[in-house]
Design a protein around this ligand. Structure first.
Ligand code: SF4
Length: 456
């Protein structure tokens, strides 16, 4: 599923073949389209289009180019259209200093007015900020409520700007220019921005991606942007489609998000196994405390799966690069299931990895690592900190102060039985990345730093 979160299907460029354009989008896997008003008239047309098609939603607003002549009653008309059940956002609004069809002070005043209108309506905002990042940021800080959220449409800033607007509750929307050969700066931003805060869009009829650059853009081409984002982030096309669609559904309240806990779920070309939601830690950064989803997959389990359930879903493990016991709970709590599933996967020629907090020996009160010999190819163990004090603070282990040394011992022991052992840390505040690297080396393990607030 793909969602084009920003198109202008109501514009006259589509007057001759609008229905065919919409049909092509559906055939290309575009599940929903948000068509975005830029004037009072186009807002009306966007809402009418949303009224006609189940899968089209509308945004209401006045583009900064058009703000010069608008008077206060225009806001009342926009407010009237905003009552329509298919309206999911207020936009596009903002500032544009590239053409400056309206003076800067007029643009800024009207931008503030419309942010206040959107806030009263509790609608997410779609922001246009060409060549006006500094003023946009200042006004958003003064006027916007991060709890309502919004999107920086066709993002054109740098990584620092992206971080600042994300802190204000905004998503970063990537459009066709990411496919242009000279757009390395934008691809660098894509690399750094968490996919969990990213949307994709066409801005059609504008900003046509490669390979159709120079022609009219249309929603079906959003897939080229998704493909480029996947390439840059080292994800699969399906991952980007699923995660950005999930993000859009959450932000704009559209579609039905699946709510059945998945016991297996693909990320890149690995298959992850969700064997339990229980854990012997309560890490301060754990995704379970702020989301039921990882990379667009719903992981809150009602019942824990059996080995048979898991094997049925895995099928032929050679379809995947690896089968991973992970991480929305502590998998070694279900050691018997790990052993039974891993044995079958190995028998069928698959590769097995476990992501663990390293409490397995504490949980089972014995050394479990010899039992995993020959069944597990790789293990990633959360070292998390350079000393016991910080470990206890960050991971809040059920086993108390003794847990840190036990985790280190687990890593050292793992290197005797498992071919590939990696100690991981999350770049959380207070973590000394280099000190942890030295500890990993002393224990004979590889080392990996995971980004704070990035999961999966
Ligand atoms: S060990 Fe993993 S699953 Fe458990 S609380 Fe920490 S981050 Fe969450």
């Amino acid at each position: 599923m793909l969602i084009d979160t920003h198109a202008h299907l109501e514009m006259r460029e589509f007057n001759d073949d609008r229905d065919e354009v919409i049909k092509r989008a559906r055939e290309a896997g575009v599940e929903y389209i948000i068509t975005v008003g830029t004037t009072v008239e186009s807002t009306r047309d966007a809402v009418m289009l949303a009224d006609k098609y189940d899968f089209i939603y509308a945004a209401v607003g006045i583009h900064p180019h058009e703000t010069k002549d608008i008077l206060h009653p225009a806001y009342d008309i926009i407010k009237h259209f905003a009552q329509h059940k298919k309206v999911v956002a207020y936009g596009e609004i903002g500032l544009d200093y590239y053409y400056e069809h309206s003076q800067r002070n007029i643009q800024q005043r009207k931008f503030r007015d419309m942010l206040q209108e959107a806030r009263k309506l509790e609608l997410p905002v779609i922001i246009h900020d060409r060549d006006a990042h500094e003023d946009t940021l200042r006004i958003l800080k003064e006027e916007w409520d991060p709890a309502i959220g919004g999107v920086m449409h066709c993002f054109s800033g740098d990584v620092e700007y992206a971080k600042q607007v994300m802190d204000l509750g905004f998503h970063i929307s990537i459009a066709g220019p990411v496919t242009f050969p000279k757009a390395q700066a934008l691809r660098d931003v894509v690399k750094q921005v968490p996919i969990e805060q990213m949307l994709i869009e066409t801005d059609s009829p504008y900003l046509t991606p490669q390979p159709f650059r120079g022609k009219r853009n249309e929603p079906a081409y959003v897939r080229y942007t998704a493909e480029e984002v996947a390439k840059v982030k080292g994800l699969s096309f399906e991952d980007v489609a699923r995660i950005t669609s999930f993000n859009a559904m959450q932000l704009f309240g559209i579609g039905e998000v699946p709510k059945k806990g998945m016991i297996t779920y693909p990320i890149r070309n690995s298959l992850y196994l969700n064997v339990t939601n229980r854990c012997t830690s309560a890490c301060t950064f754990c995704v379970r405390y702020f989301s039921d989803f990882v990379k667009g997959h719903y992981l809150r389990l009602r019942d824990e799966p059996s080995a048979e359930d898991l094997l049925r879903e895995i099928g032929d493990p050679k379809r995947f690069d690896e089968i991973v016991f992970c991480g929305y709970g502590e998998p070694t709590l279900r050691l018997d299931v790990i052993k039974a599933v891993a044995a079958e996967v190995k028998k069928k020629g698959g590769r097995v990895r476990i992501d663990t907090n390293g409490h397995g020996n504490l949980i089972h009160k014995r050394n479990i690592l010899p039992e995993l010999k020959g069944l597990v190819d790789a293990v990633s163990v959360s070292l998390n900190a350079q000393n016991a004090e910080l470990y206890e603070k960050l991971s809040q282990p059920k086993f108390g102060a003794a847990a840190y040394e036990a985790v280190k011992e687990f890593i050292r022991e793992a290197t005797r039985y498992i071919p590939e052992v990696t100690a991981t840390v999350v770049s959380a505040p207070g973590v000394d990345i280099e000190a942890c690297r030295r500890i990993a080396e002393e224990l004979g393990a590889r080392y990996r730093v995971r980004e704070y607030n990035v999961v999966g």
